[in-house]
Design a protein around this ligand. Structure first.
Ligand SMILES: Nc1ncnc2c1ncn2[C@@H]1O[C@H](COP(=O)(O)OP(=O)(O)OP(=O)(O)O)[C@@H](O)[C@H]1O
Length: 266
């Protein structure tokens, strides 16, 4: 079980505005109603796991939150912004403040870890900043090295990404995301294509960012053990609705296992 939240984090989260507030969120694709009216809020500085059976709509929800998929209806307030109302430029600015970690990390394989991380700065700066690692200004290189150190890969900075292991590549992707200086991280199965030990390291790293840097995290995982060890709260999706919402400390592994296996039939 993970360590309890520090008292200051709890006090802060009780006072602070939610990092995310969702009300009446629906999403329909042609012939399929995926989200049927979701209501929930996330407090800052917490790790929330999103679970549900295959096809229950977890990825669709994550994408709707930043309008990579347009919601059909409903309210989304994220980091103080009214997401459905944002014009394209304001939406791009919001996305730059949200770090997204995908199962597939989309690194540039032939470039070094450092160059890939430097590319993360583009998300928060206007204009072309696609420097090769040798051309980036010293402060940007320095910051990228700090991000690589944060994920434990400073000594691999100059190696080509395609020479690194799957877990190391996922950590490079997290370092690139940290270059955005995000306040909120959305992670869609960051542990899915990794072996159990490596997947655990990646989930542990994300929880460290919540505990130590005060970031907020919404993470999809299909692994029950990871959900139990690396979250403060569990949200479960079934039949297009939030069917489960409880603190991880109160989760019962047996009933949670049933939820993983049978959520869509529930
Ligand atoms: N662009 C799309 N067009 C039509 N249907 C879609 C689209 N994207 C997702 N769906 C459908 O929406 C449903 C939910 O998909 P989604 O990927 O969100 O589920 P999930 O819970 O993330 O599943 P998994 O755990 O397998 O990744 C599925 O039936 C899927 O086929």
């Amino acid at each position: 079980m993970n360590a309890p939240l520090p008292p200051q984090a709890l006090a802060g989260s009780a006072r602070a505005e939610p990092v995310l507030a969702v009300a009446g969120l629906t999403k329909a694709f042609p012939g399929r109603q995926v989200l049927r009216g979701l209501d929930f809020t996330l407090s800052p500085g917490q790790a929330t796991a999103l679970i549900g059976a295959n096809g229950s709509g977890k990825s669709t929800l994550l994408r709707c939150l930043v309008r990579l998929v347009e919601p059909t209806s409903g309210e989304i307030r994220m980091l103080g912004r009214d997401v459905p109302m944002l014009a394209p430029r304001a939406l791009r600015r919001l996305r730059a403040e949200v770090g997204i970690v995908w199962q597939r990390h989309n690194l540039v394989p032939r470039l070094s870890a450092l160059s890939n991380v430097i590319h993360g700065v583009q998300a928060r700066m206007s204009g072309p900043h696609a420097w090769a690692q040798s051309l980036a200004p010293a402060p940007v290189r320095g910051e990228a090295m700090e991000c690589l150190a944060r994920v434990g890969l400073a000594d691999r900075a100059l190696l080509r990404v395609d020479s690194l292991s799957g877990g190391q590549q996922q950590r490079v992707a997290i370092a690139r995301m940290l270059m955005q200086r995000p306040a909120f991280i959305l992670a869609d199965e960051p542990d899915a294509s990794l072996d159990p030990q490596t997947g655990e390291e990646v989930m542990s790293l994300l929880l460290d960012l919540v505990r130590e840097e005060g970031l907020s995290l919404l993470v999809i995982s299909h692994r029950l053990e990871h959900t139990l060890r690396f979250s403060d709260r569990i949200l479960g999706l079934a039949n297009g609705r939030i069917a489960l919402d409880l603190p991880t400390s109160r989760a019962n592994p047996t009933s949670l296992r049933r939820f993983f296996d049978h959520a869509e039939a529930a």
